[in-house]
Design a protein around this ligand. Structure first.
Ligand SMILES: O=C(O)/C=C/c1cccc(O)c1O
Ligand SMILES: [Fe+2]
Length: 321
């Protein structure tokens, strides 16, 4: 157990699920109270920690990255949020020079990484920033790192996520900056994100070629995803159920730092057990791997609820070292 308090800690981890249906679909009162409390506790812990730098790992949902060119990971030296669902639009406060320095560090360690000089991000990044710093996303400097969690075969394997996190950790070791690593996404869930196996060629084209949806297309998508959340809440069988057991096991591994054990999980089992978008949980793995492994860190915030109407095994976890 680390002896630091939040105020004296040098590095912290925040794992935080996202759901764009928060605020759009109904949630049972006790679940809503629990999530509000968890987000407020995370916000308080983050502000007490007062990071000088944020490394934010997030996925995308075919708003910034498409199958025409889909890197497993990509660092942004400039990033703009598109403003999907209720998430804010606008530029992120990117630490451009540090983002490039991190890319150089990773390349020198033989971890080849893509770089975007104009990254577009969606709620996979902006919801966490919105919840922690408000609609203006008035944040400390951020290094945004995209992780593909939707398009096989290019979803990074568990061990690779751990290796990236270790590389980020060794970069941060050289910096005198109090740093918060955020993993945004997961845990178990399978929202209706299309794949290249979709029977409609127009849908396959839409997720392949970079494009900006019209306002009407955005609204249609929002309605489709809201309806999927309601279907899951009503137990419709075409939706993959959430898996709280899988989620709690994942959070336990984050808490103990026993990440090699976690990496023994088979790739095929992730989608099968926890839903296709459970790969988003790997953002937590990257972020957690930048802190000491096999070490139980101080964990002042840990909360979990499985909320079908949000299509989210919704977890929040803040730890520091
Ligand atoms: O907009 C999308 O394609 C995905 C929406 C969604 C729904 C529920 C949980 C999530 O993590 C999502 O990204
Ligand atoms: Fe997501």
């Amino acid at each position: 157990m680390s002896g630091s308090t939040i105020a004296t800690a040098r590095r912290a981890f925040l794992g935080m699920s996202h759901s764009p249906l928060l605020g759009l679909n109904p949630v049972a009162e006790d679940d809503q109270i629990a999530i509000d409390k968890a987000i407020a506790a995370a916000r308080a812990a983050v502000h007490e920690f007062a990071p000088e730098l944020i490394v934010l790992l997030g996925p995308d949902h075919y708003n910034g990255f498409f199958n025409e060119l889909m890197p497993p990971f990509c660092i942004g030296s400039q990033a703009t949020a598109v403003g999907d669902y209720l998430s804010p639009a606008g530029p992120l406060n990117v630490a451009a020079e540090l983002a490039i320095a991190l890319a150089e560090h990773l390349m020198d360690r033989h971890f080849d990484i893509a770089v975007s000089r104009r990254m577009l991000v969606d709620h996979g990044f902006s919801q966490a920033l919105q919840f922690l710093w408000g609609d203006e996303m008035d944040t400390p400097p951020v290094i945004p790192i995209f992780m593909n969690a939707v398009a096989q075969p290019g979803i990074a394997r568990m061990a690779r996520c751990k290796a990236l996190g270790e590389g980020v950790g060794s970069f941060l070791d050289q910096l005198p900056l109090r740093t918060l690593l955020i993993g945004s996404g997961g845990l178990s869930h399978e929202p209706p994100v299309p794949t290249l196996a979709h029977p409609d060629p127009a849908v396959r084209e839409r997720i392949t070629v970079r494009s900006t949806p019209t306002e009407q297309e955005r609204e249609l998508k929002t309605e489709r995803v809201k309806a999927a959340g309601l279907a899951l809440a009503h137990g419709d069988s075409w939706m993959k159920p959430l898996n709280p057991e899988w989620d709690l096991q994942w959070m336990d591994a984050m808490a103990s730092g026993q990440l090699d054990g976690l990496c023994a999980m088979s790739e095929a089992s992730i989608g099968a057990m926890a839903g296709n978008s459970a790969h988003e949980s790997k953002t937590w793995l990257v972020a957690r791997s930048a802190l000491p492994a096999n070490t139980r860190l101080s964990c002042p915030v840990r909360a979990y609820r499985a909320i079908p109407s949000l299509i989210a095994g919704y977890g929040v976890m803040f730890m520091h070292h």
